[in-house]
Design a protein around this ligand. Structure first.
Ligand SMILES: Cc1cc2nc3c(=O)[nH]c(=O)nc-3n(C[C@H](O)[C@H](O)[C@H](O)COP(=O)(O)O)c2cc1C
Length: 181
């Protein structure tokens, strides 16, 4: 199946999470396109979509929100998984904007929304970003659990089922509520 992995990322950490998911799907035999949300013109060629974003100031990045909005109808007609990446330890973040995400998950009839810890490297931040991070007392570090990301990619592959011509894995499919909301 042709699968789209569209990820909005400012400093690359979330994009790498998307690539781990894309690799898991490729290894399961899928034909995967990795794109930035702004570069996605059409959803029609894809049988399934994974859409993710870094969280900044409690929200998804604008490009990811914009794709979810402009392609809401085609996205809701195929299997969709959402993920967010942020620093749960940031006091100012409170969360990955759960109301917005619950609404998006419902609107797109997404099979799940998964949150992954992110990465913070102050040396690559703009002055404005550094000011926000200093106020929030965010600590530098790579908190990403790429094994957990990989496992989630494998779960998505299992839910999509075997690709024609690929050997059966014997892994059962997950129910609609198999993802984390
Ligand atoms: C200015 C700024 C604001 C941030 N705001 C949040 C936030 O509200 N919630 C959160 O969970 N993480 C927040 N983060 C952490 C980022 O989501 C995290 O560093 C993420 O891994 C960045 O992904 P990227 O490398 O793909 O841009 C913030 C980081 C910065 C620099």
């Amino acid at each position: 199946m042709r699968v789209l992995v569209a990820v909005a990322s400012r400093h690359g950490g979330t994009q790498e999470i998307g690539s781990v998911i894309a690799d898991a799907l490729r290894e399961a035999g899928h034909d995967v396109d990795e794109r930035e949300p702004a570069d996605v013109a059409l959803i029609d060629p894809y049988g399934a979509v994974v859409l993710g974003s870094a969280v900044y100031n409690g929200r998804w990045l604008p490009d990811a929100r914009e794709l979810a909005q402009r392609a809401a109808t085609p996205l809701s007609r195929r299997p969709v998984w959402l993920f967010s990446s942020g620093l749960a330890t940031l006091p100012a973040s409170a969360s990955n904007s759960p109301i917005e995400m619950r609404d998006l998950t419902e609107r797109l009839a997404a099979r799940g929304h998964r949150k992954f810890a992110g990465r913070l490297d102050r040396s690559v931040l703009s002055f404005a970003e550094r000011t926000i991070i200093a106020a929030a007392r965010g600590r530098d570090g790579d908190y990403r659990d790429l094994d957990a990301v990989r496992a989630w990619g494998d779960e998505i592959a299992a839910e999509l089922g075997p690709v024609l011509g690929q050997p059966e894995t014997g892994i059962g499919t997950l129910g609609r509520d198999g993802g984390h909301i």
